[in-house]
Design a protein around this ligand. Structure first.
Ligand SMILES: Cc1cc2nc3c(=O)[nH]c(=O)nc-3n(C[C@H](O)[C@H](O)[C@H](O)COP(=O)(O)OP(=O)(O)OC[C@H]3O[C@@H](n4cnc5c(N)ncnc54)[C@H](O)[C@@H]3O)c2cc1C
Length: 455
């Protein structure tokens, strides 16, 4: 072992919970891997003894998806090295956060083309789910922008995969929910980083006008990032907002050209020009506020979905009619409603509606109470939202807080399910890896899941 195995209560408790604070599952053992070989050796050990193994990044899942009941959790933050920028690439440990990646790339004038809104997520944890950000409408998700990965399969084999080498494995690891392999290292694509950002928060009187401008904004392609949000208004009711960002270096863009033809409330526009690094780190203030008021540590029953353009207006309107925003979202929460061209997404396991344009439609719930009953109510509400979204052709972004049965997953993956199951048989035949999603029925050993209140 280059790293360490921890069996003590403190180490096991530290990895039992996640950002959802809804599911608590201590493993038997915690691995702090000192190398890819440690990951491989431990997985082989687990496979022989009918144990499970789950990699864990920053534990920002919301439904125990990085847990390993009666198994081994690998704290991948131990693998967080970040290499030098080489041309349009950088090699990073899967446990590095996106902040750590940017600390190396920005001084060299480079950036990954897509970044999630929150930079405290790990590279491995994000590539395992996809990674949606403000530029996704154009460049896809973060897992579409990885060049190659060093992975350890469920059989304990270390393989470097890319579009050229082991393409089938590469396809099943990207947004593959850790089902066939653990990522230990990733080579990320980089593009030239802009110096500054011209940013506007646009306000709308209603959903229909907001959606109309979101469509116009991505079709015209004037801005680099387009993200919609519907937070609760402090005075009651809802606000309809679109956050748009134009990246630049040198002369600022012409506001009139950027904003021509939009139907937002001109008096309500909030323009700013900020450094690119500050733009990327735009959630830092919110995180500090939530840590200070304790809500960062409350349960977070989030649900994240994609809904097609043809149904978005009706479905969102219906959901808005059902929620009590102050209670169901909280003063710091919001509904995300951001346009994405589905053709930009190439990771085969990330399921999007079969329409040219869809919208990320997420309930980012930040309850003002840590009450378990309230959290359970919202988990139940999530299930109902999912059913309505699904029956309207929508799909799940699987970082959501509610249980999914193997049948739900089969339906979710649709035509991609057989490919994933085949890859599972090939690369993780003993069903060792990442059991927290509970995707497959045919597990060879009984998974003794323990769901209990945190604390
Ligand atoms: C505050 C906050 C903001 C967020 N913002 C965004 C956003 O803007 N866009 C977006 O797309 N998502 C966002 N998310 C969701 C986030 O992308 C996912 O929850 C992501 O999985 C979290 O990464 P993590 O490092 O915390 O992973 P973890 O929660 O530790 O793990 C997530 C999953 O990936 C698996 N995994 C972890 N590491 C590896 C690895 N090395 N190899 C294989 N599998 C691995 C785990 O087993 C688990 O199943 C946000 C979440 C939070 C809490």
């Amino acid at each position: 072992m280059d790293g360490e195995l921890r069996f003590d209560r403190a180490a096991r408790d530290a990895v039992a919970d996640d950002f959802g604070h809804l599911v608590r599952t201590p493993p038997e053992v915690v691995l702090l891997p000192g190398s890819t070989d440690d990951v491989a050796a431990t997985i082989r050990w687990a496979a022989k003894r009918g144990r499970t193994f789950a990699p864990q990044g920053q534990r920002h899942s919301v439904w125990g998806r990085s847990s390993a009941p009666d198994g081994i959790v690998a704290d991948m933050t131990a693998r967080h090295s970040v290499g030098d920028v080489r041309g349009d690439r950088i090699v990073v440990g899967a446990g590095a956060t996106w902040s750590e990646v940017l600390a190396a790339t920005l001084p060299q004038g480079k950036t990954p083309p897509v970044l999630a809104d929150y930079l405290g997520l790990s590279v491995g944890g994000t590539l395992a789910v996809g990674g949606v950000g403000g530029t996704t409408w154009r460049y896809g998700v973060q897992s579409d922008n990885v060049v190659s990965m060093v992975v350890v399969t469920g059989a304990g084999r270390t393989i470097t995969c890319s579009a050229e080498h082991h393409p089938d494995l590469f396809a099943m690891v990207r947004a593959g929910l850790g089902q066939v392999a653990v990522i230990t290292e990733a080579t990320l694509a980089l593009v030239a980083a802009p110096r500054q950002v011209r940013r506007f928060v646009l306000s709308y009187p209603d959903l229909a006008t907001m959606l109309r401008d979101e469509r116009l904004l991505v079709r015209a392609g004037r801005f680099d990032a387009v993200q919609g949000a519907i937070p609760a208004a402090p005075t009651g009711g809802l606000m309809f907002q679109v956050d748009v960002a134009k990246f630049f270096t040198g002369s600022p863009p012409d506001d009139d050209v950027l904003l021509a033809g939009l139907s937002d409330d001109v008096a309500g526009r909030t323009p700013s020009t900020i450094p690119y690094a500050d733009y990327l780190n735009r959630l830092a203030g919110l995180e500090s506020a939530l840590r200070a008021n304790g809500q960062w540590f409350h349960p977070h029953p989030w649900i994240t979905t994609f809904i097609g353009d043809s149904r978005v207006a009706d479905v969102v309107d219906d959901e808005l009619g059902r929620i009590d925003a102050a209670h169901d979202l909280g003063a710091f929460g919001q509904i995300v409603l951001s346009p994405i061209f589905t053709g930009a997404i190439t990771s085969p396991l990330l399921r999007t509606p079969s329409e040219e344009l869809c919208f990320a439609f997420n309930f980012v719930r930040v309850p003002t109470t840590a009450d378990r009953g309230n959290a359970d109510r919202l988990v139940e509400a999530n299930r109902a939202v999912y059913e309505r979204v699904r029956s309207n052709g929508g799909t799940l972004y699987p970082v959501s807080a509610f249980p999914m049965s193997p049948e739900d997953w089969r339906r979710h993956f649709g035509p991609a399910f057989d490919r994933l199951r085949e890859a599972k048989r090939t690369f993780d035949p003993e069903h060792v890896l990442t059991p927290g999603y509970e995707i497959f029925e045919d597990v060879p050993h009984h998974l003794n899941r323990r769901r209990a209140a945190p604390g």
